[in-house]
Structure formats: C-alpha cells, structure tokens
Design a protein around this ligand. Structure first.
Ligand code: 4AD
Ligand code: MG
Length: 481
C-alpha cells in the first residue's frame, strides 16, 4: 500500500482501512504510544503499538529521533486534540537514533542551545513552524509581484560594485593572498585573479535592478545579500535575503504605497495559510511573555498584532518631523536614550525608531526625506530647505518590535545631479559607467525599496532573534555549518 502523509491521514474518515506512514519518533510512551511526525504538519500522529505481540528488541529501537515505517489500521481517536490514530500491525525501523547520544530530548530546549545544533533544530516544533511561515511568506512575495505583472530578476551575487557605498563587502578572489605579488604601490595585483579584478559579494541587487526596470518597467529581485559589518545584534546577519522591487515612472508616494500593499498582502497570506503554525508560535510567545516583568509584556497576541498591522494605515512623516517629536519626547528630555537627539542631521538609532513606532504612534511608520549626508548616493535630491539643509527622497519603514524593515527611495534620475553627488562622496564614476548609462539613454523617474526578508519573518513569527529565522545564520564567528 502507498505511503500517505500524516497531514492527509488527518483528513481521512475511512476507518478500518489499512494505511502506511513514515516519519520520525517524537516520543514513545509506556511501550505503547508513539507520537510520529513526518514534517507534513505540526501535529503528531498517534501510533498504538500492540506491545505484547511485538518483539522486545524492536520496541527498544523505537526511540526519540528514530525514523520508522508503520503499517496499520486507521481508527477514530478517542484522545482529545486528534481525529485519527493508527493501530500498528507492522513497524519497521528505517534509521536508529541512539537515545544516549541524540541531542534533542522530548523536552523544551532553549533557543540558544538549538542554535548550536542548527543542523538538527528543524526537527523541533518551533523551527518546523518558523520555516513553514518563512516558506509561505516567500511564496506570497512572488505571488504579490506576479499578480501585478512584475518580472523576477536574478541579479548577480558576485559583483564589482558597492551598491550602498558603505564599504561593507566580502571580498571574492581566487588568489592566494599570502602568495600573490604586490604592485609597486603595495596593492594586490588582481591581474592573475579569475576575474582579473577585485570583486565582492553583493550588498544589494538594486543597481542591476534599476537597469532592468529601465526596460521592463517593473521588476523585483529576491536573493541573498551580504554585509561584512561587525554587528552582533538580534537584527543583523552577515548573509540575509532581500526583496528589491524597482519601478520606472514611480515617485516616492507610489513607492510607499507599493511597500505598504506588499507588506499587508504577505502578512495576510500568512494569516490565511499558516493558522496552525501561528497558533503554535503564539503559544510559544505567551510562555516567553510570562517570564517578563508585567510592564514589558506585549498587550497584543501575535495574531492580534498581525491583524492590527493590516487594519491600519502606516503613519507617514518626514525625518525632520520625527526629529522634532524625538527631541521633545520624554526619554530624550530625561536622558533615557543612549543617543540623545540634539541636532538635525544625526542618523536615528534603533531606540529612536522603536520609540516612534511602539510608544508614540503605536503603528508602523514610514519616515521620508532623510538628510542627504546619511543616505546612499543614488537617492533623489530635494531642493535645499529654508535653512539650507539638503534632504533626499528616502523612505524607511519602521515596524513594532523590529525597527527598520524596509529601506528605499526615489532614485536620482538626473545625470548631472547624480555625478555631482558621486564626486562629493568619492564614488568613482568610471566604475559605475554602466549604471550611469541608464541616466544617459532614456533616463526616467523611478523608485524602489529593499525589504529585509528575515526581519519580515521575525515580525510574522514573533521570534526575537534573527538567527532563529534563517536556517544557517551567518554572523561574526559563526561559519560552523
Ligand atoms: O537599507 P538597506 O541597506 O537598503 C538597500 O540595500 C537598498 N539598496 C534597498 C533598495 O532600495 N533596493 O537594506 C534594506 C533592508 C533593511 O531595511 C533591512 O530590513 C534589511 O534590508 N537589512 C538587513 N537585514 C538583516 N541583516 C542585515 N545586516 C541587514 N542590513 C539590511
Ligand atoms: Mg537602511
């Protein structure tokens, strides 16, 4: 008989029929009840073993983590919380799991411990739920853009350019750097390198995305990006996935609307398609909240939080307005912020972003028109204001519990303004000649943004550390797997 997935069995009502399942043993109680999981759903299937007629040696091999195949009769379950169970007539051990050595015992393990055994943590309920939600969100992203006629572009991972101009790139070379002749000026001679020049892992697909948008009108990328920044935080990874739409003839207003629509679409997709997982994650969060002091506990459940986000327009305000709010805020006055806001021009720290979102507005916030000096070279310049200050058409979307989830802008489409800015920022024009060509031939207003995928997954799953929402997190000193 054909193997069925446990998820399918739960829908069966043909009681008495013989069925066959395969999966991993979660627990084995009283030599009689196996909780079996095959990954198709979060719930375990109860398999009832006729232990009086089963070989002792076989019973001993039914251990947590072992892979088994079960044939038996489907019966209606009397236990609560499950509709069916299987009365086993035959059990075959596919792969043993030594209970003395298997690190995942049937108890609650800390997330820190599970991070150290990232190769096995998929087998826990928490990570089962997290990665199902991650999958659903990725699917929803593609569906959203496909529905709107966007073209999915694969931008290169190896690139010669620094899209953000922040110098946070991993170098890629085939040279043995210990054994490569140096040039007269002491610099490395890359002429013997595979590419004949220095290359990096991409920090963003945006610049290449802009090239494509100038032909297809609307494109998006969805791929891995890399940042060699030494950030040991719960919000930063050295390797993360980014979604970057880029749209011709868009201004910043259009861009903000697209981002808000997309976030709401994918969150609502998760709510509609991951009910079982979100319910589990909600329970996990409640447990965690119990350990916190009363005043730090979240007022909303996970699902309420997601619905709240869907039901509200995101607040939109400029950086300058935000600075005014922050400057006169209680924590700033009382010097409770680590970084006090005195002057216009400083970049916002996460404590400021979180204050705006979680305390002041209590809603997702879109901040626009940041000072030019703290943003990337490609953002469209505004006219200087009455006080002679220069801002750019940037937008950052800030989410509760997360901070910045999206960064984007209307792009500088005017060649003279763009090259002027590049010169001021010491970005060599000759290295970006291909990018500047878009401004030479049929330049058009356009805009786009980048959504940090792991930050989205953090928000939707209610997890608190970004290292727990990507399978094999890369962060300083992490590359064990
Ligand atoms: O703000 P960022 O650096 O913007 C860009 O890279 C633009 N080129 C995007 C664009 O306009 N096409 O990054 C965009 C988003 C951030 O808002 C954040 O969500 C995420 O990427 N992000 C990170 N996520 C995890 N770890 C890191 N180290 C991240 N750096 C940025
Ligand atoms: Mg940013």
């Amino acid at each position: 008989i054909k193997r069925q997935q446990i998820k399918e069995l739960f829908k069966e009502t043909a009681f008495g029929n013989e069925v066959r399942v395969m999966g991993w043993v979660k627990t084995f109680r009283n030599n009689q009840f196996i909780a079996l999981n095959d990954g198709s759903c979060m719930s375990n299937l109860q398999v009832v073993v006729d232990f009086t007629n089963t070989d002792e040696a076989l019973l001993k091999r039914i251990t947590t983590g072992a892979a088994i195949a079960v044939t038996g009769r489907l019966v209606e379950s009397l236990g609560k919380g499950q509709s069916v169970e299987v009365k086993a007539s035959d059990i075959e051990i596919l792969g043993d799991s030594d209970p003395e050595k298997y690190p995942l015992q049937p108890k609650k393990h800390s997330l820190e411990f599970l991070r150290e055994i990232a190769h096995l943590r998929f087998r826990t309920n928490t990570f089962n739920a997290v990665f199902k939600v991650r999958h659903a969100l990725a699917f929803a992203v593609h569906q959203f853009f496909n529905n709107r006629g966007f073209v999915y572009m694969h931008t290169p991972v190896i690139t010669a350019s620094d899209a953000e101009g922040a110098g946070e790139m991993f170098k890629v070379t085939t040279l043995d750097l210990d054994d490569t002749p140096k040039k007269d000026d002491g610099s490395i001679d890359f002429s013997q390198d595979f590419f004949g020049r220095a290359t990096n892992l991409t920090v963003s697909g945006q610049l290449e995305g802009e090239l494509a948008a100038m032909a297809f009108g609307q494109i998006y990328t969805f791929g891995p990006t890399f940042r060699a920044e030494n950030s040991n935080t719960t919000r930063h990874l050295a390797e993360f996935w980014m979604i970057e739409p880029e749209v011709a003839f868009f201004d910043l207003e259009d861009n903000m609307q697209l981002a808000e629509d997309m976030l709401k679409y994918v969150i609502s997709y998760a709510l509609n398609n991951c009910a079982e997982e979100l319910e589990f994650l909600n329970g996990r969060l409640l447990e965690e909240e119990k350990n916190k002091p009363q005043q730090e506990r979240s007022e909303l459940s996970l699902v309420e939080k997601l619905n709240f986000c869907l039901g509200n327009d995101f607040v939109r305000l400029t950086y300058t307005e935000a600075i005014q709010i922050l400057r006169s805020s209680k924590p700033n006055q009382k010097k409770q912020f680590k970084y006090l806001i005195d002057d216009w021009g400083a970049d916002l720290q996460s404590e400021h972003e979180r204050y705006l979102v979680e305390k002041h507005f209590k809603k997702p916030v879109i901040l626009t028109d940041y000072p030019a000096d703290i943003k990337a070279f490609y953002m469209r310049q505004n006219e200087t204001d009455s006080e002679g200050r220069r801002t750019v058409r940037a937008m950052d979307i800030l989410f509760p519990g997360i901070g910045e989830i999206v960064g984007g802008s209307q792009r500088e489409e005017r060649l003279d303004k763009l090259t002027e800015r590049m010169r001021a920022m010491n970005i060599p024009e000759e290295e970006l000649w291909w990018y500047l060509d878009t401004r030479r031939f049929g330049s058009a207003p356009h805009a786009g943004f980048g959504l940090g995928f792991e930050r989205l997954v953090l928000f939707v799953t209610g997890m608190t550390n970004i290292r727990d929402v990507i399978a094999f997190p890369r962060f300083p000193k992490s590359a064990e797997f």
